[in-house]
Design a protein around this ligand. Structure first.
Ligand code: UDP
Ligand code: MG
Length: 317
């Protein structure tokens, strides 16, 4: 099969028939063999009935129905598990992404050899409250991930080589960072295509609110940390802890020696506990020990993690 289209959706009943008809039109015009996997993320409207109707009319339609709303990442994860096409395309259900982009995305994966092509909504039809924070978000994600050529990490319209979706784990709210996940899994050829974007036709956005930015940044930090120190926490905590401990230890010795020196030479001296340096060194030693312990516990945990010997093997003969 050439293409699997994975569509995560939450309460998008009005858009679905039009979206499917459009995808079908594009696929037929280009002679692709395809499937469309609708992942219904706990919708409370008629979305699931509509998917059932579509699947009765056409055997290219598949559906997964979550019992409750889990989020876009879990929906993508389950869609990816089921996908069978050589190229997997993800697309939002709200008609903001255009199925007309599919042939060119498919060509970039199969002919230009990209592992992943991310859409770039260069001209975006969303309110300013969404577009401005997104610029800052993308600049940070570029820096942290080291994927310098992407303008729009979180675009819903993306194309993947089959291998990519089977070897990354999109969990929590990590759909914002799929290119980074792919890069960490060793897929290096990540490209971008400018795509058409439409204003939302029906319903309203499911990602309003400001907390998505705080959560987004925390996720980015987790990812960075995982990729840098995930399997070797001691290299981070152990180093920091040891340095801190040594610093505290040396300073406490200096405090002690200074006092003894002053005592024997008949100079004025005070109790070590009167010196602020004493407390600073004490704190440094305690924090140092704690950090060291955190690193050690991290090592023990990662040594027992079932994933510890999971490596990305590209080929074997
Ligand atoms: N979505 C989902 N589960 C959720 C929230 C959203 O599957 O919990 C889907 C939604 O139906 C849409 C896509 O994710 O197909 C993108 O959501 P939306 O269009 O609201 O985001 P925006 O385009 O405003 O960033
Ligand atoms: Mg949208």
């Amino acid at each position: 099969m050439d293409i699997s289209v994975v569509v995560p959706l939450y309460n998008e009943e009005e858009s679905l028939p039009e979206l499917y008809a459009w995808i079908e039109r594009v696929m037929k015009a280009n002679g692709f063999s395809y499937e469309v996997i609708f992942v219904n993320d706990g919708s409370t409207d008629r979305s699931w009935q509509i998917i059932e109707e579509l699947s009765r009319k056409s055997d290219t339609v598949h559906g997964i129905k979550f019992r409750r709303n889990y989020g876009k990442s879990p929906a993508l994860y389950c869609g990816f598990e089921k996908a069978q096409g050589d190229v997997v395309i993800t697309m939002d259900a709200d008609l903001q992404d255009s199925p007309d982009e599919i042939p060119e995305l498919y060509r970039m994966i199969t002919e230009d050899g990209y592992d992943l092509v991310s859409g770039w909504k260069k001209k975006r039809y969303d309110p300013l409250s969404k577009t401005i924070p997104t610029k800052i978000f993308n600049a940070t994600a570029r820096k942290v991930s080291g994927i310098k050529n992407l303008h729009d990490f979180n675009c819903g319209l993306k194309a993947y080589k089959m291998d990519v979706v089977k070897n990354i784990e999109v969990y929590g709210e990590m759909h914002r960072y799929i290119p980074y996940l792919a890069k960490n899994a060793g897929f290096k050829k990540i490209g971008e295509k400018v795509v058409q974007h439409q204003a939302r036709k029906f319903g309203k956005t499911k990602f309003g609110g400001l907390n998505r930015f705080f959560n987004g940044y925390l996720d980015l930090i987790s990812l960075w940390f995982l990729s840098a120190f995930g399997v070797k926490p001691m290299h981070f905590f152990g180093l920091l802890g040891s340095l801190m401990f040594i610093f505290g230890f040396i300073s406490v010795i200096i405090v002690g020696i200074t006092k003894l020196y002053n005592m024997y030479n008949g100079m004025p001296y005070r109790l070590v506990t009167d010196s602020p340096y004493f407390y600073l060194s004490l704190t440094a030693m305690i924090i140092g020990t704690q950090l060291f312990l955190a690193g050690f516990l991290g090592e023990l945990i990662s040594r027992n993690a079932p994933e510890r010997n999971k490596y990305q093997i590209e080929k074997t003969i």
